[in-house]
Write a protein that binds this ligand. Sequence first.
Ligand code: NAD
Length: 295
Amino acid sequence: MSDSVDGTAFRNQTVGIIGGGVMGCDLAYDAARHGGRVILVDLSDELLEAARRRITTTARMVRLTGGPPPHPATDELDSAIRLTTDLGDLGDATVVIENIIENIAAKRELYAGLGETVADVELFGVDSSCIPVSTLAELLPHPEVVAGMHLFNPVPLTRLVEIVRGRLTSNETLDRARAFASFLGKRSVVVNDGPGYAGNRVLMLTINEAVRAVDDGIASPADLDTIFRDGFSHRMGPLATADLIGLDTILASLEVLLECTGDPRFEPSPTLRRMVADGRLGRKTGRGFFPYGGR
Ligand SMILES: NC(=O)c1ccc[n+]([C@@H]2O[C@H](COP(=O)([O-])OP(=O)(O)OC[C@H]3O[C@@H](n4cnc5c(N)ncnc54)[C@H](O)[C@@H]3O)[C@@H](O)[C@H]2O)c1
């Protein structure tokens, strides 16, 4: 269900996506199946090949699990999504959504180098978990077209975008951001800027505390998640949610929240750090708090 906002203006427009990981690939698929012409940028040909495989897997998963239509054929998707390592190819894009890793220094370096490449873009969306949008917007030539576009995972199956109003975001940009969410078949809420925005400020603290409760021997991961599912009637428990998001992204988000707020409640639990160091990142590596067979 999308808002009553009209998103049809984005059909056949060029949508630039920077970063072809978990979020960038799902967004590329979602934008392409709704009629966008997508240009997806990542750092190497190998990463782009992996992105193409991930997009094909996502398309199959959405079809097989009865996810919402449209379900375009693989060759239609392939021709609607162009992969490149050259940021200069974003010149034709009306909308650019940035989805690179959750790291302030990496994002700042990227934004500082974008300059004229995105000077004509009408909407520049920052898809970050926690990094304040305003600190990145000021590095671009037109900060008024920058808004946070916090998407939820998995993008094709989730129905909401948390739109973040940066200090300099114009009202026209917020209207465009809501229209773009509607184009993707999603509703939106608009929140003000701040570390973690509204959703992740609360979620990251909950996940961190859930890991600490397991560490303290209060409950097993399975029992802790059962309390949230069957007791609080949440669709997923915090640890399964962490596995879905990716433990590396959770750790990075907590580090950003700690860096931006200085609040020790955001100090990542040692277990989380150890799991990330061991490559136990959740669904994307087949093992996190729980084991996974496929992707
Ligand atoms: N995973 C989630 O559930 C989720 C949900 C909402 C928002 N986010 C946010 O979305 C962003 C991406 O998260 P993700 O889970 O897709 O991460 P990811 O690690 O899966 O993917 C990041 C991708 O960005 C690429 N990249 C890094 N630097 C780049 C650069 N300079 N230019 C182009 N590509 C570059 C990497 O090669 C990688 O493919 C993060 O800011 C994250 O916090 C993630």
